[in-house]
Design a protein around this ligand. Structure first.
Ligand code: SF4
Ligand code: WCC
Ligand code: FE2
Length: 622
């Protein structure tokens, strides 16, 4: 079993990897090995496919070509490639946000049966940010106007995005001064694609500055809109008991797993699963009930708002199917491996794709739109129930681990008694040294979940509060860090504070677009302390990141003033100029920079050192 232990620290992952081998299922780790050694030029960011005079490569040892056919050198090529990663990541989050805004608009016009305004207070609060009059106005009218105003944020007519104004004053002034204030969400993405075309922007610094503006249009734009509108439509999360790992699947029930990111489809599936008519049908087919579980961020969305359990994160998404217990997996978009259909074909699992913009081999495409979602969800759940009788052997080798999820900023502030002050007091007194967002993906280059769990453990035992999102949050839930008793893992100060509040030392703040919640929290702390985010004892880490979305997140986090440590190295080492700017020079530009450290033990030391330095600058006790 040594090979399995090398790939993942999780017990369910190791056991299911053995099962996959028995069943001759190819996994992400097999395909990773088959790719080795990966291309060194690409790894360093020194290959360019931007035009058809190329593809070109710049020799990192200075012997071969130092320029592409067009004349671009290593700095330009690396900067262009990185900017395109940011643009793709920002596009993914922001297009997800747009889809929610469109549902909001349809709700306003009465064309989205099954969807409604769940959080009236939040609707009014967000509308107020957009200067929409709400007094005595019909909620549907407010929703319509808000959807329209948000669509303007995507366009080209504005000079500044609306929600950027919720950042601390000093931060906004800085962004203006250095010329990175995001204007339109789509505009910044589009401008990145323009600037990186052959023969446009060939200043590696000006390219990267625009990359920052593009990433900010994600964090304080598309992602924030996605989070706010999801709360308006489906409710603002509050703490709920849930569970995580593959043990959440149930042998005697119909198991339906949702995978992807957008709650628009998964919320409707959840409602269908709860309907008495469906439960009755399930019983008729010999099942004890219908069990809905999540994978990746659409799972996080349901977990945050309804306590729906989480079967696993990115790297185990294929393995979840090898249990033979999944009647149907319903996917929307992002982080869904194109291999999923192949894996499912070895079992009775039915695979359904639902988005007009995301198709997958080996899946049946049933397209969801706001007007047909409620009916289609029922149809799919019915088909899943009918598939129960086709089950073969089932293997669910572990018991689930309990967790508490659902820590929106609203709930955290409420738990503190209505203001962030008690948290600030605890930080000032040194009981809590600081706070760190542990976020992001899994990546077969890092032992599955080892980065997240090790770093988180080291931080909380040193009295640093951890907030998490995405696949990191699922890793930490599986590790047992998210029950009230997990304060036993924490240092004495953090243990005391969390113990008195009855909260775990690791707070689940949601999906990857919900990193916007972390920005809002950091902003609230900075405003309460009348300072800028970059002065606070905060940090972020993406110990196992893989995706372009994570690049955008990392860049907007640093640009918001938060030191961010990456596990895997981004493809930038071909340009020492770019490396120096990102890991050091940015301190003078935005008051924060990146660190890169694949070993989470060492990353913990870097972060602790950073937090102590920030504390010292604020004159806080050691
Ligand atoms: Fe080569 Fe320049 Fe074309 Fe890139 S843009 S492929 S470096 S010629
Ligand atoms: Ni968000 Fe990363 Fe998971 Fe995908 S689901 S794998 S971007 S953290
Ligand atoms: Fe290559």
């Amino acid at each position: 079993s040594k090979a399995y232990e090398k790939n993942t620290i999780t017990e369910d992952g190791q056991l299911l990897l053995k099962k996959a081998e028995r069943d001759q299922i190819e996994t992400v780790w097999d395909r990773y090995e088959a790719q080795l050694p990966q291309c060194g030029y690409c790894e360093m960011g020194l290959s360019c496919r931007v035009c058809v005079m190329g593809p070109c490569r710049v020799d990192p040892f200075g012997e071969g070509p130092q320029k592409g056919v067009c004349g671009a050198d290593g700095d330009i090529i690396v900067a262009r490639n990185l900017c395109r990663m940011i643009a793709a990541g920002a596009a993914a989050h922001s297009d997800h946000g747009r889809d929610l805004v469109e549902v909001l608009a349809e709700v306003a016009e009465g064309r989205a049966p099954g969807y409604e305004i769940k959080d009236m207070e939040k609707l009014k609060r967000v509308a107020a940010e957009y200067n929409i009059e709400t007094e005595g106005k019909d909620p549907l009218k407010i929703a319509g106007e808000l959807a329209h105003a948000m669509q303007e944020d995507f366009g080209t007519r504005k000079k500044e995005l609306t929600l950027v104004k919720t950042a601390p004053e000093k931060r906004q002034e800085l962004w203006k001064k250095i010329g990175v204030m995001p204007r339109g969400i789509d505009r910044e993405i589009s401008e990145t694609m323009h600037r990186t075309h052959m023969g446009v922007d060939n200043g590696w610094q000006s390219l990267l500055l625009h990359g920052i503006r593009n990433a900010l249009s994600d964090g304080w734009g598309g992602s924030m809109i996605a989070t706010e509108v999801s709360d308006i439509l489906f409710g603002t999360p509050a703490p709920k008991l849930t569970a995580a790992n593959v043990g959440v699947l149930k042998e005697d029930q119909v198991n339906i797993v949702v995978h992807g990111h957008n709650p628009v489809v998964s919320e409707m599936i959840m409602l269908a699963c709860q309907s008495p008519e469906m439960l009755k049908l399930a019983e008729e087919k010999g099942a004890k009930g219908i069990n809905l579980a999540g994978v990746c961020c659409t799972g996080n969305e349901l977990l945050m708002r309804h306590g729906v359990p989480m079967a696993g994160n990115h790297l185990v998404s294929e393995l979840v199917l090898t249990t033979g217990a999944v009647e149907m997996m319903i996917v929307d978009y992002q982080c869904i491996m194109p291999s999923m259909g192949d894996v499912a074909a070895c079992y009775h699992t039915r695979m359904i794709s639902t988005s007009d913009k995301a198709r997958f081999p080996g899946m049946t495409h049933r397209e969801f739109h706001p007007d047909n979602a409620r009916e289609l969800a029922k149809e799919l759940v019915t088909a899943a129930i009918e598939n129960f009788e086709n089950r073969g052997e089932v293997y669910i080798p572990v018991e689930p681990v309990n967790a508490i999820g659902g820590f929106s900023v609203e709930t955290i502030v409420a738990a503190l008694g209505g203001t962030p002050q008690p948290l600030i007091d605890a930080i000032a007194a040194g009981k809590i040294r600081g706070a760190v967002g542990v976020v992001g993906c899994n990546n077969p280059k890092i032992k599955h979940d080892y980065g997240h769990v090790t770093l988180t453990k080291r931080l909380i035992e040193n009295d640093i509060l951890v907030v998490d999102t995405g696949c990191a949050a699922i890793a930490n839930a599986k590790a047992g860090f998210k029950v009230a008793d997990a304060i036993e893992f924490a240092g004495p100060g953090l243990k005391e504070i969390c113990g008195s509040l009855g909260i775990p030392p690791v707070l689940h703040m949601g999906s990857c677009v919900d990193n916007a919640r972390i920005l809002v929290l950091a902003s609230a702390l900075a405003k309460a302390m009348k300072t800028d985010i970059s002065d606070l004892p905060l940090a972020a880490a993406a110990p196992e990141w893989y995706s372009e979305k994570a690049v955008s997140i990392g860049v907007y986090t640093v640009a918001s003033g938060v030191y961010t440590v990456l596990g895997p190295m981004p493809p930038i080492t071909g340009s020492m100029n770019v490396v120096r700017l990102l890991t050091d020079g940015l301190n003078d530009v935005v008051g924060a920079a990146f660190g890169v450290e694949p070993d989470p033990e060492k990353a913990a030391v870097l972060i602790r050192r950073h937090i102590e330095e920030k504390r010292e600058n604020l004159g806080l006790p050691f």
